[in-house]
Each structure stands twice: as structure tokens, then as C-alpha cells.
Write a protein that binds this ligand. Structure first.
Ligand SMILES: Nc1ncnc2c1ncn2[C@@H]1O[C@H](COP(=O)(O)OP(=O)(O)O)[C@@H](O)[C@H]1O
Ligand SMILES: [Mg+2]
Length: 339
């Protein structure tokens, strides 16, 4: 039987969904669906749906089904999960369930969320469907030995949530999540641009600024950095204006939210049992998720919390890699998987 089983790993993120199939990343798209309001049918999924964002008329709605680390729209979530899997020609279906799957879900997922994900996966041809919590998948993806009797700590800064977890002996010993992550950081930039430069920028431009010049340090510089220029309407006159943005600007914009992340981490560190705490001081803390790539964030957190923070290799894909590894070794990781 297992000879005919095909394997699929999915990282269901609030911002991005990744699928590994046949050991390759075959889907890496924003977690967005566009729905035709008149028929209720899916019009586009992923990148195509993102193109429509902010450009829709009343008959089209773009939805991000996962928000703040939980499913905010169940119907849309189901459409998105099925649509993402359909992008790959697996040959599996409800009538030919032949997929073994591991799906990574936010650690704040409710029982109803889990049920929805499972139903969607089974409707897409899932025969054996397991789930895994995001920080655990991140740790496995980073290459940490999650089953060792030793404390390891990961912080995943995604779109909707920052999830921090201390892992030892194959379980999450303590964890915390905060609804301050990539989306809020983009909003911070948007608000700052309006307040400081009187310029109106949309969500996507704000995100681009964050990715291009987003910075966590007060005095940050990069050799040969080109000035980053943003165009948009003046808030009061609506005339087009251009503004040059510096690292200093994004630092000012992001500082408050990063402080909140620091406070959350600080409080979590206080709760860690002493043995594990000393393991973590020795091993350092790993940063994953897109937010880990804010310039200088690792350095800032290391200085503030006096423990070395390190950005995982390819942080946007660490969770997907870990989910893929869990899929390859379901026997070994059985205790970490949710059935
Ligand atoms: N280079 C970067 N610098 C800062 N933020 C980034 C960068 N690349 C992506 N991001 C942000 O990371 C978030 C997505 O991260 P991801 O780990 O995919 O989230 P999720 O797991 O919630 O889907 C988005 O808010 C995106 O803007
Ligand atoms: Mg993620």
C-alpha cells in the first residue's frame, strides 16, 4: 500500500503557504483567495489573488483566511487549502485518497481550526493526515534535535503572529504568542509615512518598504545602500509626492512594536525552568519566519536580552523544511504530530 502513497507537506502560514511534494518546494504563495461574490466561487489563489488585492470591485473579494494565528474565515480557508493542493497534479482526490500529509498549523489553532484543516486535506485526497505546530516544525527545520533532553528555543515571526517556544524532549515546555508580527510592522510603516511625511502608502508599498529598508537598530548602515524612494499622494493635497526613506525612518516606525516583541520574550525567559534556561543561554535562540529578516533584529535582541539570537538559514522556509522532515520521519516524530 505504502508504495502507492504520495507524500505532501504543507506550511499553512498566515502570510504564505508552502507545499513540499516529492521533496521539492512546489508551491510558495501568499495565503490569499479571491472569491466571486455573486457565485461564491474561487477566482484566484495565491499570487494571482494578491495581484487583485486593493484593486477589486464590489463583486470580487480577496480574503486572507488566516489572521492573527487562527482561521478567521473557515470557508475561505477550506477553498485555499484545496486550491493550493490542486495546483499540484497529485492524482489524489476524495475518491482516490492516496496522500500522506503533514500540515503545519499555528500553535494558537483551535479544535475547530484543526478540524477544518483536516477536512480540507481529506477532501483533497489525504489518506493519512497529520498536523504539527509551527514552532516545533521551525525547530526541526532549523536542524535542532528536538528530542534531546536539552532546552532549545525558537522564535517565529510570521505575518500574523510571533510565536516563541522552548522545546525539550520532543515537547513544547513553554511558549507564548503575540499578535505583533509582519502585518503590524507593515502597518507601523504605513502610519509612520503618513505622520512623518504626509504621504499615503498602501499595504503592499508599506510591505515593500519594510522588506527593502526595514531596520531594528537606531544606527544602522549598509555600505553602498541606494536611497529608497517612495511615490504616493500627499495626504492633504492628494498631489503626487516622492519621499526618500532611510534606515533611521524604519527604525523609528518599527521601534515600538519590536519593543513589544522584546517584552514578550523577556517574560517568557523568566518563566523557563532553570536547567532549560542555562541550555538556552548556551545554545542561543533561533529566529525564523519572514520577520526574522528585519535588519539588525538579531543583534538588537541579543544585546537587549543578553542571549545570542541567530537568524535561521532561509528563515521564510524553515517551517516548510521542518514539516517536510517530519513527513519523512512520521514514525520518529509520532509523538510530536497531531492526529
Ligand atoms: N526581508 C524581509 N524583511 C522583513 N520582513 C519580511 C521580509 N521578507 C518577508 N517579510 C515579512 O514576513 C512575513 C511573512 O512571513 P512568513 O514566515 O511567511 O509568515 P507566515 O508563517 O505567517 O505565513 C510578512 O509579513 C512579510 O512582509
Ligand atoms: Mg510561518
Amino acid at each position: 500500500m505504502s508504495f502507492f502513497t504520495k507524500e505532501l507537506a504543507m506550511d499553512l502560514g498566515t502570510a504564505n503557504t508552502l507545499i513540499i511534494y516529492n521533496d521539492k518546494i512546489v508551491v510558495d504563495e501568499p495565503s490569499i483567495v479571491a472569491i466571486d461574490q455573486r457565485t461564491g466561487k474561487v477566482m484566484a489563489i495565491g499570487k494571482d489573488a494578491r495581484q487583485m488585492q486593493g484593486r477589486t470591485h464590489e463583486n470580487i473579494r480577496t480574503i486572507r483566511p488566516l489572521k492573527d494565528g487562527v482561521i478567521a474565515d473557515y470557508t475561505a480557508a477550506e477553498m485555499m487549502i484545496r486550491g493550493m493542493i490542486k495546483k499540484i497534479k497529485t492524482g489524489a482526490s476524495l475518491f482516490n485518497p492516496s496522500l500522506k500529509m503533514v500540515i503545519c498549523i499555528p500553535s494558537g489553532s483551535t479544535n475547530v481550526d484543526i478540524r477544518t484543516v483536516r477536512d480540507s486535506a481529506e477532501n483533497s485526497g489525504g489518506r493519512e493526515v497529520f498536523m504539527i505546530y509551527e514552532p516545533m516544525a521551525a525547530a526541526i527545520g532549523i536542524g535542532l534535535d528536538v528530542e534531546a533532553p536539552e532546552g532549545q528555543m525558537v522564535v517565529d515571526i510570521g505575518g500574523g503572529t510571533t510565536e516563541a517556544a522552548v522545546i525539550s524532549l520532543g515537547g513544547i515546555v513553554c511558549s507564548d504568542t503575540l499578535k505583533i508580527a509582519g502585518d503590524v510592522l507593515s502597518d507601523d510603516i504605513k502610519n509612520y509615512m503618513r505622520a512623518q511625511y504626509n504621504i499615503k502608502v498602501g499595504d503592499r508599498t508599506a510591505e515593500e518598504i519594510k522588506i527593502s529598508v526595514g531596520c531594528a537598530l537606531e544606527n544602522y548602515s549598509e555600505p553602498e545602500a541606494e536611497p529608497y524612494v517612495v511615490h504616493g499622494p500627499d495626504v492633504s493635497t492628494s498631489m503626487p509626492i516622492s519621499v526618500e526613506i532611510s534606515y533611521r525612518d524604519t527604525f523609528e516606525a518599527l521601534d515600538k512594536s519590536i519593543n513589544k516583541i522584546e517584552t514578550m520574550l523577556h517574560q517568557l525567559l523568566e518563566r523557563i525552568p532553570p536547567e532549560l534556561y542555562s541550555d538556552i543561554v548556551k545554545n542561543g535562540i533561533y529566529l525564523a519566519g519572514g520577520g526574522a529578516m528585519i535588519r539588525g533584529l538579531d543583534q538588537r535582541l541579543s544585546e537587549k536580552l543578553k542571549i545570542k539570537f541567530q537568524v535561521a538559514e532561509d528563515p521564510l522556509r524553515a517551517v516548510a523544511r521542518g514539516t517536510g522532515k517530519a513527513l519523512k520521519n512520521t514514525e520518529k516524530f509520532m509523538n510530536l504530530l497531531i492526529r
